[in-house]
Design a protein around this ligand. Structure first.
Ligand SMILES: [Zn+2]
Length: 97
């Protein structure tokens, strides 16, 4: 008991049949639910800390939004980084036009 598992929130316990669940979510949400622009590539837990693997607790997201959400969740405890999850600053995508 050394308390060395503080970072384990980021490791989700995935249920058996996860690949099928993921495939269903990506079929249901072909476009990223966060930015609404790019195609979904990841199956994201809407509530990060709930072990909710039902379709209602999951959403399809694109790679950039998934990364941003994951890192926002990781920084949540520190609150040094007031980065909104649903709006991305335009500076981050210089090549998007
Ligand atoms: Zn997105």
């Amino acid at each position: 008991m050394s308390g060395g598992w503080q970072g384990s929130d980021r490791v989700k316990r995935l249920p058996p049949g996860w690949k099928k669940i993921r495939a269903r979510i990506l079929e249901r949400d072909p476009i990223c639910k966060i930015c609404g622009v790019r195609p979904s590539r990841f199956c994201d837990h809407i509530v990060a800390k709930a072990d909710d693997h039902s379709e209602a607790g999951l959403q399809g997201v694109c790679g950039p939004c998934h990364d941003q959400k994951s890192s926002a969740e990781g920084n949540e405890a520190q609150r040094n980084n007031p980065r909104p999850q649903t709006k991305r600053p335009p500076e981050q995508h210089p090549g998007l036009k």
